[in-house]
Design a protein around this ligand. Structure first.
Ligand code: GDP
Length: 202
């Protein structure tokens, strides 16, 4: 599978700004600084598609990207939605509430949304915010694709064990965890396989 095009489409802070519901959509969520932009860049094969920001929590809107894939000489399109990072300590209560309204409105209502990639830090493990997000998705019936990133920060010999340990912490989820590293580049094909599986599901 090759990504032959990846373009930023639009930014939205309210449903009126969402693009037309004409492509399967995959959302990406995680706490600020978890490595979401780096993952989006790695998956799309474009270095600057999602800005890797030095200021956690800076992006406050939904960012939509359109991708064209080529597989066995057939082309297909899908859309990514990059959600603002959560759990940034320096935001006010009011900002937090506004964030929750925007994100939960999107996740609950977006019709073409096929799955939500929930990114956790492989070294840190799932935070309370991560668990809250996963339980919320479970309650709304959304399909989660859980990815542990920054796995390169662990010694190679500890990585598999660490993934099993995190899976045990997320026992309420039926699906397996994918280990990923934007730095070393592994896990990309596994994440793509889950994304395509979800995008092709009815
Ligand atoms: P975002 O705020 O979730 O979009 O996170 P970024 O993609 O901007 O990454 C936050 C920081 O983590 C940056 O300094 C990245 O270089 C670093 N980072 C992201 N992914 C990885 C990874 O897979 N491995 C390592 N070692 N560092 C990473």
């Amino acid at each position: 599978m090759k990504v032959i095009a990846a373009d930023f489409v639009t930014t939205a802070v309210a449903p009126a700004g969402w693009p037309p519901a004409d492509l399967p959509e995959i959302a990406f969520v995680g706490r600020s600084n978890v490595g979401k932009s780096s993952m989006l860049n790695k998956l799309s094969g474009r270095k600057g598609i999602a800005r890797v920001s030095g200021t956690p929590g800076r992006t406050r809107a939904l960012n939509f990207f359109e991708l064209t894939l080529e597989r066995a000489a057939t082309k297909e399109k899908l859309r990514f939605c990059d959600l603002p990072g959560y759990g940034f300590a320096k935001v006010s209560k009011a900002e937090r509430a506004q964030w929750a309204r925007m994100i939960e409105g999107y996740l609950a209502e977006r019709e073409p949304l096929k799955a939500v990639v929930v990114i956790i830090d492989g070294k840190v493990g799932p935070t309370d915010d991560d668990i809250e997000m996963l339980r919320w998705l479970e309650a709304t019936g959304r399909r989660p694709i859980v990815v542990a990133t920054k796995m390169d920060r662990l010694p190679k010999a500890h990585r598999a064990g660490r993934l099993r340990q995190i899976e045990a912490q997320l026992q309420f989820l039926p699906r397996t965890l994918i280990g990923f590293s934007a730095e070393e580049g592994f896990g990309r094909d596994d994440v793509w396989a889950k994304i395509l599986d979800a995008a092709h599901s009815p």
